[in-house]
Design a protein around this ligand. Structure first.
Ligand SMILES: NC(=O)C1=CN([C@@H]2O[C@H](COP(=O)(O)OP(=O)(O)OC[C@H]3O[C@@H](n4cnc5c(N)ncnc54)[C@H](O)[C@@H]3O)[C@@H](O)[C@H]2O)[C@@H](O)CC1
Ligand SMILES: Nc1ncnc2c1ncn2[C@@H]1O[C@H](COP(=O)(O)OP(=O)(O)O)[C@@H](O)[C@H]1O
Ligand SMILES: [K+]
Length: 515
């Protein structure tokens, strides 16, 4: 598969974009009835690959998702499965293609009723798909609530009914599926929590929509994956020396000294040519004692910012990280702000994390106004709420989804925003975004974010553009943790990185040989 093709496969379509892809395909000559036939067949195949024949209840809703349900029921029935089918809606209002498959269905059609679940071992949820306009109510809601309570095995068509495909948010109740089969491309809601947890295994089926329809749709959200950035990965040059690989400067505070040391180790392992820590002179011995490969510079009491600025007079210190362990109590907070602003004024590539974000909570605009060069902000949800309170405001008690919030924050701040969590978002001010999906829950351990900051600043030092550096770092961070597995602590992340990088090099070499 070519790089362009895999990039294309990683695109995520909103519900509206998917509807557009669908209608453009029809306009390009693919009959709508063929799309529905292919969609239903793909779901029936996926079901037969995973389950042995058993009593199945197919729940068909009023739209085209329901239309798919009729196709699925027919295939499974022809394969000898015991099928019951229930329909919610008005036959006269079905689309032409759904009407066609409704007519083609040979069996009985029941009304929705919770009692149907009694002799059911597998439910095909074809109630609502991408077209859900408002929260579920009435018998649809009762059905889904009963399915969730009984923990019936569910195969969802396109999305588990009630889940919003663009946001990953539940519109009221959603029964978690074991398997979700979607069509053509994934949607953000399949990858963003809670949606990701509700979809179970996710299968993307080709239903005959030509990829060329994407040429007309402006898509700028992807699932984060090396195919998107591996051509920009900064492998060392054969004739290189350490200054070709950049010099990362990291500020270290005086209380939680471990945090910035983790950052430094992350930056070193990811390949920065040189790494320096700049730390208050009174704690210099702690750092100097603990670090071998990194250099430690002293910032004298009362003139820490000036000393930091002096270090920045050397243009070879080309990437800066401030935040991990920087300090927030009283005078520390003021110092953290000053150091962050001193970094930003150079317009060199800068990562601000942790305390360097919280230090601006009282006036985030001061931070945003100072961002002029390449900058990456790496808030977790708590830090995000402090910096972007307006973006987090709720309407009817509901906050906007994570993708929207990260993109608004990137636009507002002028920085690449890495909104961390189990479904970390990477968003650029120009609207591009990636959703990361390879991170295991083992990363929820103190200090893992500090290492991520180190990976980012190490890549920035090597000249990688901010959005790519953030995407690479987040992916590597997840890959390392997933490969390490149980028992992971933050210290393991830098030290296990070489294994992942070496595997990555081998894969790239293989790909080159194949080409
Ligand atoms: N390329 C594609 O996108 C294809 C899509 N197909 C299927 O078509 C589906 C999309 O079809 P539709 O746009 O008809 O969407 P749905 O099947 O989700 O149905 C929407 C219908 O439900 C009604 N509705 C929405 N919210 C409601 C609520 N809360 N309570 C009661 N009624 C509500 C709407 O008024 C509309 O009539 C996809 O999910 C997929 O399963 C397939 O048929 C094949 C091709
Ligand atoms: N449940 C989870 N699944 C996957 N990744 C997670 C999970 N919880 C946290 N992470 C990741 O772990 C890191 C934690 O960073 P952060 O919250 O800054 O912690 P710390 O300050 O202790 O380093 C982030 O990269 C985040 O995306
Ligand atoms: K569904």
């Amino acid at each position: 598969m070519s790089a362009e093709q895999s990039k294309n496969d990683l695109l995520l379509l909103t519900v509206e974009q998917m509807a557009r892809a669908d209608s453009d395909a029809v306009r390009a000559g693919v009959p709508a009835v063929d799309l529905m036939a292919a969609a239903g067949k793909a779901v029936a195949d996926a079901v037969q690959e995973r389950w042995s024949p058993r009593p199945v209840l197919v729940l068909c809703g009023p739209g085209n998702n329901g239309g798919d349900g009729f196709v699925i029921a027919r295939h499974l029935q022809q394969a000898g499965w015991p099928i019951r089918l229930a329909f919610l809606g008005n036959q006269a209002k079905l689309s032409a293609e759904a009407q066609y498959f409704y007519q083609a269905w040979q069996g009985d059609i029941a009304d929705f009723s919770v009692s149907l679940l009694e002799q059911t071992e597998l439910v095909i949820d074809a109630i609502f798909g991408a077209g859900l306009a408002r929260p579920l109510e009435g018998i649809a809601l009762e059905m889904i609530t009963a399915m969730a309570e009984r923990k019936t095995a569910i195969c969802a068509v396109d999305v588990p009914s009630g889940l919003h495909g663009s946001t990953g948010q539940a519109l009221g109740m959603v029964a978690p599926a074991e398997l979700t089969v979607t069509f053509f491309r994934k949607k953000p809601g399949h990858l963003l929590f809670p949606g990701r947890g509700l979809c179970g295994e996710l299968v993307v089926a080709d239903i005959g929509i030509p990829a060329s329809v994407l040429d007309e749709i402006e898509v700028n959200v992807w699932q984060n994956h090396p195919a998107l950035w591996q051509q920009n990965y900064p492998w060392p040059r054969l004739d290189g020396h350490k200054f070709h690989r950049g010099h990362a400067l990291i500020f270290g505070g005086e209380t939680l000294t471990g945090a910035s040391r983790l950052t430094a180790r992350g930056a070193m392992r990811v390949g920065a040519g040189l790494v320096s820590l700049a730390v208050p002179s009174k704690v210099w011995p702690i750092y100097a004692n603990a670090l071998t490969g990194a250099m430690v510079s002293k910032l004298e009491l009362g003139q820490e910012t000036e000393d930091f600025e002096e270090l920045l007079l050397d243009p070879r210190r080309n990437a800066i990280a401030v935040g991990p362990g920087a300090g927030l109590v009283a005078f520390e907070s003021v110092r953290t702000r000053k150091i962050a602003l001193a970094a930003l004024v150079t317009e060199r590539a800068t990562v601000l994390d942790a305390d360097a974000l919280s230090a601006f909570a009282s006036d985030p605009q001061v931070l945003f106004d100072a961002i002029a060069g390449p900058c990456v902000l790496t808030p977790h949800e708590g830090e995000f709420a402090r910096l972007f309170p307006r973006i987090n405001e709720t309407a009817n008690g509901v906050m906007q989804d994570k993708l929207t919030r990260a993109r608004l924050a990137a636009k507002q701040s002028g920085a690449v925003v890495v909104l961390k969590g189990a479904d970390t978002l990477i968003a650029a001010p120009d609207g591009r975004a990636m959703i990361n999906t390879n991170a295991p829950a083992e990363l929820a351990t103190g200090g893992s974010g500090d290492v991520l900051t180190g990976f980012i600043v190490g890549l920035l030092a090597q000249g990688v553009e901010a959005f790519d550096a953030a995407a690479m770092a987040v992916w590597l961070h997840g890959a390392v943790a997933a490969d390490f597995g149980a028992g992971l602590i933050a210290e393991d992340l830098p030290d296990h990185l070489p294994k992942i990088l070496n595997a990555f090099i081998q894969q790239q070499a293989l790909a080159r040989e194949v080409r």
